[in-house]
Design a protein around this ligand. Structure first.
Ligand code: SAH
Ligand code: SF4
Ligand code: F3S
Length: 468
């Protein structure tokens, strides 16, 4: 869908920089350092967006604090993927009335995916009058203007554009010092029938490869060791650019950068994952041998009703192909139980697929109807209780499989990033993100080391450093 993306111009960004300076001057005149509390829900895409907004706020003079109480600005970055996520946000926004009452000058901003739903915006307008600004992820680059107007005008602001855009060159306040995110694209074109993401995040927009490369190079220079490339469907990266650069090409280019680092990425859609991607992963020691490849359902009728664009057989052959290219591959996935009309026999196809593949980890969800999506209009004859029983069966199967795969790590040696300390121990993560605890000097934090796994529990591994 070329031509849809609006690139935010230098002039537009300059206007925001002017607002930013005015906000900074406002607080300087008051002789105060303003504070911001950021509350982020949902996926890594939201984490990355929050870090960008915190970067902009840092330039406006704001310092972060860890609680809402007394913060000059409360920034809530929301998720609407399931009903439960929304309820949590509404609950927490409701609870802010107390701190707002004690600090009437406090500004409360709500952004992210919920701001893309008309129903939610209407509810916020009507029942949450103390929320000063509501804006979608498309409008986050205008944060300085929103802050300025909240401080100087009394009216509430609602900015909910639906068109996609890309703003480059915004400051970022990264919350980690070794691990960081880089969005390579925004939005989604897939319209899986259960999913709200394309409705609230807009169409796919890829960043120019040179912008991504520059950001990753800067992160490596700043000492980042574990870099995750983000997109709802990274495998369709570049299709909208018309540049003949696909995700595998981008990954190969990034992995050729100088330095000691590890690249990860998510999420991959099975419909667009290719042998070329697996070969690119296999070819570079700087790319984690981890694939998060959501399958969602194991039955072909259900997959069709979900509009996923592949069959269970296609998924299984893709897994085979990936494992052939990378025998040590860590495979994780997402699955939905109880899609409207899914029968017990169809659910059992999901169970069978899980047993056949043997995922290292599985993120399991009970279907949650999202207003405005086609699936929400489909007949849904099975009760929540019935779905819960299936869900529990799936969880039990996966727990056993995870445990088996976990104990198969014992005796093997991995190259891992030592990422922190815990009491007297060091902590590290394997390529697939499993926690390893080991003994060693704290000075090793931030370096890659070879570690032999000596034991496993349900949630973590223990290991021993190999001097190499
Ligand atoms: N873009 C990613 C997923 C984003 S949402 C992808 O396509 O893989 C993360 C996961 O939430 C999805 O993989 C799906 O398993 C789950 N999910 C999305 N909508 C849902 C809904 N309405 N009910 C339950 N789970 C849902
Ligand atoms: Fe949602 Fe499907 Fe897009 Fe993932 S690929 S974000 S599940 S519509
Ligand atoms: Fe949630 Fe939006 Fe991510 S709906 S999962 S925060 S893209």
């Amino acid at each position: 869908m070329a031509g849809q993306t609006e690139i935010i111009t230098q002039e537009q960004l300059e206007i925001q920089r002017e607002y930013s300076e005015k906000v900074l001057a406002y607080w300087t005149e008051q002789g105060r350092v303003p504070s911001v509390y950021a509350d982020t829900y949902g996926c890594q895409q939201n984490e990355a967006d929050s870090e960008r907004m915190l970067g902009m706020l840092r330039e406006m003079g704001y310092v972060r604090q860890e609680e809402a109480e007394g913060a000059d600005l409360v920034l809530i970055n929301t998720c609407s993927v399931r009903e439960h996520a929304e309820q949590r946000v509404f609950g927490n926004v409701g609870a802010l009335t107390h701190t707002k009452r004690r600090h009437p000058e406090q500004k409360i901003f709500l952004t992210g995916c919920m701001a893309g739903e008309d129903r939610v915006v209407a509810r916020l307008k009507k029942s949450y009058p103390y929320v000063s600004a509501v804006f979608t992820s498309h409008a986050q680059w205008r944060l300085p203007e929103l802050v300025w107007k909240a401080l100087t005008e009394n009216s509430r602001q609602f900015v909910t554009p639906e068109t996609g855009n890309i703003a480059e060159g915004l400051p970022v306040e990264r919350l980690g010092s070794l691990k960081g995110w880089v969005s390579v694209m925004y939005g989604c074109n897939n319209f899986c029938t259960y999913c709200i993401v394309p409705h609230v995040r807009g169409r796919e927009r890829s960043r120019q490869p040179e912008d991504v490369i520059r950001e990753v190079r800067d992160m490596i220079a700043a000492g980042y060791k574990d870099i995750t490339l983000l997109g709802q469907n990274v495998n369709s990266y570049g299709k909208d650019l018309g540049l003949h650069v696909d995700f595998a090409d981008l990954l190969s280019e990034l992995s050729a950068l100088e330095g000691d680092f590890l690249l990860r990425f998510m999420t991959s859609h099975p419909k667009d994952a290719s042998g070329k991607l697996f070969d690119a992963m296999a070819a570079s020691p700087k790319i984690a041998k981890h694939l998060h490849l959501p399958f969602q359902a194991g039955n072909n009728r259900v997959l069709r009703a979900m509009n996923r664009g592949y069959t269970a057989e296609k998924y299984l052959s893709l897994v085979e192909q990936a494992r052939e290219a990378m025998p040590e591959l860590v495979l994780t996935s997402d699955v939905i139980v109880g899609f409207p009309g899914e029968t017990e026999a169809e659910f059992e196809d999901t169970l069978r697929l899980v047993e056949t593949v043997g995922f290292d980890a599985l993120f399991t969800f009970i279907y949650s109807p999202r207003a405005g999506t086609p699936a929400a209009e489909m007949p849904d004859p099975f009760s929540r209780q019935e779905k819960q029983v299936w869900f529990d069966r799936l969880l039990e199967a996966q727990n056993r499989i995870s445990q088996e795969r976990h104990s198969a790590y014992v005796g093997k040696t991995f190259r891992v990033l030592i990422d922190g300390t815990e009491g007297d121990s060091l902590t590290a993560r394997t390529d697939g993100g499993r926690l390893v605890r080991l003994e060693g000097p704290a000075s090793y934090v931030g370096s890659f080391r070879n570690v032999t796994v000596t034991g496993s529990t349900t949630w973590s591994l223990t290991g021993r450093l190999e001097e190499a």
